[in-house]
Design a protein around this ligand. Structure first.
Ligand code: GLC
Length: 738
């Protein structure tokens, strides 16, 4: 490593001081915090010395510019070398202006708006004193039982990669050193956290290195290619070794193969969790394994603080490991300009203007409108303002629409569905009834709901999961709405009025009961601060829903995992010569999901025709063009997300039935047509072979193009390659590119 400009400072520091730089603690540990000294629970037992706190390198979770300024000022008065603190927090889908949860943003397929949402989040966070956000979360997911699916953009490696890039661009801008309204991005959770067995959070992850590289790693790599400054380790094991102590994953792959030289930070307590994982007998061994794996900062456990010095003094680890970690931390502090201006963009007066501004709310509303997925509509939507609407359900007036990881957002600042509906329908055309709570209900609530429904022309249900039913540690074995809500639907069905449902949830749900009993379904996810306004705009047709699912919705949890980019198996159920029974199927359920990846309805219809290829043969350096004519055949103007998939018909290993390779958003007036064209090159056909070489094979490919992953037009082409002598040339293996 070239001699750092911080080498002189490093030489001045004691080993104790250097180790303290690797420690991150919550704000209450620090002088000047609004909750100074309020250390409770497991944190109280960390056993940290006051000196460690005084010399700590970074702070987790602060509440605004004033607090940051107080903590930084107090710290600099006591830190012997005047080394500034780094302030970090989870700004995942907004700081105080809360945007839709990332699974919803993914459904927008709108990379520009995703980037803008991160830019706004960064601006609000930076003026509030923060320097780093623990985002984007780039974990691929295929299991809706897992609570953190709400934090990802879904089940496709390519789409997740594109969104990871967009979020990093928004958070970091072009140059962190020049743009103090941006924050450093920390891509997480490295790696494959979303593949927890059983969808149970923190559970074991088992998969081949080939599958890891093929499906789970691309989005992290994309975030790093886009310049993400940090990586956060995941809680799970990867091939039997917890990520936080996994040298193969962190040293060999992340540092050596990917050449990542930024900060690697543990997840909360993950260093100490090497003990319950069963790979460290005590905190000293946990500290050794984590530092040897290259973890630079330990969050919220004290293994480093209490053991690294002894490990160095007794010669078990080389002090150089400490030095390299400190230098990485100094490099980021320097990039953020903190040595010159430790307060960076923190400005309490400016904070009042920037945070939750009307302009930011407009973007939040726009993105929320583009993130709600219309799953069913038998003509009931858009609503007619002359009709009397009974708004019924636990989310009618609820502000719990920000979703998990919205800790700085306020439910009181959220626009509820009822508040938004009131601006559209004046009394008596809008009546409301709670109907039930999230999990419980009463006869009285039900009676009032039935009365409201009876006196209305249309029933509008507002149902869903409380935000704590997803998010971290929010895994569920059932993916249905709580039973009381399903009962409410069935009881209101008896009133025999047109009925629409708006859903607020953090995961794909088993919606078959709702599909059977309603005339329209709008999946709103957790739409954020402006959620109610966005939903009302869609319900009354100011704009048409345009979002498409980025994660499959199963018929039942029994199908899980069910995802579009699956393999065909040797006994595909729909093969022309398929036997009646002995095929890959369930006796009690279809194989396909209830709603597939890429699916979403509109207030209009789109017709796809005349697909064409510029050539039926692709040579290695060719670009072939795929074109299709799309026509708005309905009577509403709307956006359509045109999707391009491929299938490698015969690979060296089995290949997915479909792989998303491109998409385009178009806007068409009624009757308008557009020729949509995509380019495809050989690089997009590459995959990991059994020897981990990342390359394409000559042969036949299908191309599928349409408005979702199921209903597509198909074409075929052949890839031809000069077949040089095939050597096991590792030079082109193990590189990840998207
Ligand atoms: C949590 C989460 C992680 C978050 C970290 C700091 O446990 O797993 O996503 O960034 O702690 O809050």
């Amino acid at each position: 490593m070239p001699l750092s400009k911080f080498q002189p400072l490093l030489n001045e520091m004691t080993l104790t001081e250097k180790i303290a730089q690797l420690v991150q603690l919550a704000a209450p540990f620090f002088k000047g915090s609004k909750d100074e000294g309020q250390i409770t629970g497991p944190l109280a037992g960390l056993g940290l010395s006051q000196q460690t706190v005084k010399d700590a390198g970074s702070v987790l979770g602060t509440s605004g510019a004033e607090e940051v300024i107080r903590i930084q000022k107090a710290h600099l008065q006591e830190n012997r070398h005047g080394i500034p603190l780094l302030f970090m927090a989870d700004i995942v889908h907004g700081y105080k202006t809360i945007f839709p949860v990332p699974i919803a943003i993914g459904c927008s397929f709108d990379l520009e708006l995703a980037e803008k949402s991160a830019e706004i989040a960064a601006k609000e966070a930076a003026v509030s004193g923060l320097h780093v956000t623990f985002a984007p979360m780039a974990d691929l997911v295929r299991d809706p039982r897992w609570g953190r699916v709400m934090e990802t953009t879904g089940e496709d490696p390519y789409l997740n990669s594109e969104f990871a890039r967009a979020f990093v661009r928004g958070f970091q801008g072009q140059n962190l050193s020049l743009e103090s309204s941006r924050v450093a991005a920390c891509v997480k959770h490295f790696a494959a956290y979303g593949a927890a067995e059983g969808g149970r959070d923190y559970n074991t992850v088992n998969m081949s290195e080939r599958e890891l590289r093929e499906s789970y790693l691309p989005a992290y790599k994309a975030a790093l290619d886009e310049g993400a400054e940090m990586v956060m380790t995941s809680f799970n094991t990867v091939d039997g070794i917890p990520a936080t102590g996994n040298k193969n994953l962190m040293r060999d792959l992340l540092r050596d193969e990917w050449q990542f030289d930024g900060i690697l930070i543990s997840d909360w307590g993950a260093v100490k969790e090497l003990i319950p994982h069963g790979v460290a007998k005590d905190e000293k061994e946990a500290a050794r394994k984590a530092i040897e794996a290259g973890v630079d900062i330990e969050i919220m456990s004290a293994c480093y603080a209490l053991n690294l010095e002894n490990l160095v003094l007794e010669g078990t680890i080389n002090e150089a490991l400490i030095d390299e970690a400190v230098l990485r931390i100094f490099t980021l502090k320097d990039k953020l300009g903190l040595f010159e201006n430790p307060y960076r963009a923190a400005d309490p007066e400016e904070e009042k203007k920037v945070v939750l501004s009307d302009e930011n709310r407009v973007y939040a509303r726009t993105l929320a409108e583009k993130s709600c997925v219309l799953l069913k509509n038998d003509g009931l939507l858009p609503l007619n303002v002359s009709k009397k609407v009974a708004l019924i359900g636990p989310f009618s007036t609820s502000g719990d629409i920000l979703g998990p990881w919205s800790w700085m957002g306020s439910k009181d600042e959220a626009v509820t569905l009822y508040e938004a509906m009131k601006t559209r329908l004046s009394h008596p055309n809008l009546i409301t009834a709670q109907g039930c709570e999230i999990h419980t209900g009463s006869e009285e609530q039900l009676a009032k709901a039935i009365e409201a429904a009876t006196n209305a022309d249309i029933i509008l249900l507002a149902l869903g999961e409380a935000s704590e039913m997803s998010g971290e540690a929010g895994s569920r074995t059932s993916i249905q709405l709580p039973q009381v809500q399903l009962e409410l639907i069935k009881e209101l069905k008896k009133v025999n009025k047109p009925m629409a449902a708006v859903l607020f949830n953090g995961r794909p749900l088993d919606l078959h009961v709702i599909v059977e009993n309603t005339d329209a379904i709008l999946e709103a996810w957790f739409p954020g601060t402006e959620g109610g306004s966005a939903i009302a705009n869609l319900l009354f047709g100011d704009s048409s829903p345009s979002a498409k699912l980025t994660m499959s919705f199963p018929y039942s949890v029994g199908q899980v995992p069910v995802y579009y980019n699956c393999y065909n198996t040797g006994r595909p159920k729909d093969a022309v010569d398929a036997q009646e029974r002995y095929v890959s199927q369930y006796l009690d359920s279809p194989n396909e999901p209830l709603f597939p990846f890429g699916f979403g309805l509109s207030y209009t219809t789109f017709h796809y025709e005349n697909p064409s290829l510029s050539s039926s043969v692709m040579n290695e350096n060719d670009t072939i063009e795929i074109s299709v004519k799309v026509t708005n055949t309905g009577d509403a103007s709307a956006e359509e997300i045109v999707q391009l998939y491929i299938q490698d018909v015969s690979g060296e290993v089995v290949r997915p039935l479909k792989e998303l390779k491109a998409f385009q958003k178009i806007f068409l007036q009624p009757g308008q047509s557009e020729q949509v064209t995509f380019q495809l090159i050989e690089e997009q056909l590459r995959y990991y072979h059994s020897n981990l070489n990342f390359e394409s094979d000559p042969g036949n490919f299908h191309v599928y193009i349409g408005g979702n992953s199921r209903d597509t037009l198909s074409l075929s082409f052949e890839l031809r390659k000069k077949m040089e002598g095939k050597i096991n040339d590792n030079s082109n293996s193990i590189k990840i590119s998207n």
